[in-house]
Design a protein around this ligand. Structure first.
Ligand SMILES: NC(=O)C1=CN([C@@H]2O[C@H](COP(=O)(O)OP(=O)(O)OC[C@H]3O[C@@H](n4cnc5c(N)ncnc54)[C@H](OP(=O)(O)O)[C@@H]3O)[C@@H](O)[C@H]2O)C=CC1
Ligand SMILES: O=C([O-])CC(=O)C(=O)O
Length: 266
């Protein structure tokens, strides 16, 4: 049985706990939240997963696997120390790697601990195909993230647009994956994931769109290279608890955890 520490207990984290209930090969034994969120998390977890330890740091012992579902800041704060101690980590906030030097820090921490950090595919598919295509050489990769206006609230998109009054689609960002992930840390993790699997953070073109005509999170990837070309379009259902986040991200995290425990993984 793998003992899991979960960082973050919001929309993704609480759904992961629900899905892992009764799993014979994995048990969430600790949940890490910020100091100021400890009391609220304790109340929530008493109902959701009684007996789980609630803490403001990953316990230094008794943890076989860490999964981050918290946000960019949690990588420096919790993932790096866990890796240095030798605990493997699964990361959802892939956009954090848009900060200069963080990918290298993660690699060094994992090497120091003799372990591995895994970046999950999250809300997007075809990461395996893209990463394989990169080996033959890629010419161009374009990613478009299209979400309903409410998903862009609390982001820089608020400044230029009255999101409640949009009548048609608006391109709220156009630029590199690095800029997108840094400016939209809760909405452009997929941009970072696509870029890290493909042409890199600076050469991957990204467009982010607020579209009042949709109620799904629509992700499109167009890639071209020596392998040929592909176009992927995903229409993801958002989580009720957070319209910025697609439900598929939860399933992707659970898949990554179950694969760690499985004798045969796909
Ligand atoms: N790879 C992908 O495809 C996707 C990745 N994501 C990433 O997942 C993250 C979580 O998403 P979601 O669950 O919807 O977000 P929520 O805002 O619903 O939940 C975030 C949780 O993390 C906690 N938290 C925040 N900062 C820290 C920290 N430094 N240490 C520990 N806990 C922390 C929050 O606590 P409190 O409420 O007390 O602040 C809250 O419990 C997003 O921020 C995004 O980076 C999201 C969607 C897709
Ligand atoms: O969940 C999604 O649809 C994608 C998302 O928020 C992100 O890329 O950060």
């Amino acid at each position: 049985m793998l003992r899991v520490a979960l960082i973050g207990c919001g929309a993704i984290g609480s759904s992961v706990i629900e899905l892992l209930k009764g799993d014979a090969s994995l048990a969430v034994v600790a949940v890490v939240v910020p100091d100021e969120g400890l009391a609220a998390a304790q109340v929530l977890l008493q109902k959701l997963a009684p007996g789980v330890q609630v803490a403001s740091a990953v316990p230094a012992s008794g943890i076989d696997l860490v999964v981050e579902t918290a946000g960019h800041a949690a990588i420096e704060e919790h993932v790096l120390p866990a890796l240095r101690r030798g605990t493997p980590c699964v990361v959802a906030s892939v956009g954090a790697l848009s900060a200069q030097g963080l990918a290298e820090k993660l690699e060094i921490a994992a090497i120091t601990g003799g372990t591995q950090v895994q970046l999950i595919a999250g809300a997007i598919g075809a990461i395996d195909a893209l990463a394989a295509a990169r080996i033959g050489g890629l010419d161009s990769v374009r990613y478009t993230g299209r979400k309903p206006p409410q998903a862009w609230k609390g982001t820089p998109a608020d400044k230029g647009h009255d999101l409640d009054a949009l009548r048609g689609e608006v391109v709220i960002f156009e630029g590199s994956a690095r800029e997108a992930a840094a400016l939209y840390p809760k909405n452009a993790n997929v941009a970072a994931t696509v870029s890290l699997a493909g042409l890199g953070l600076d050469r991957t073109q990204v467009r982010l769109i607020a579209d009042p005509a949709i109620d799904e999170n629509v992700h499109t990837v167009e890639a071209e290279g020596a392998f040929g070309r592909f176009e992927l379009s995903m229409r993801n259902k958002p989580l009720a608890a957070n319209p910025k986040t697609s439900a598929l991200t939860v399933y992707s995290a659970v898949r990554a955890l179950r694969n760690r425990a499985a004798a045969l993984a796909i």
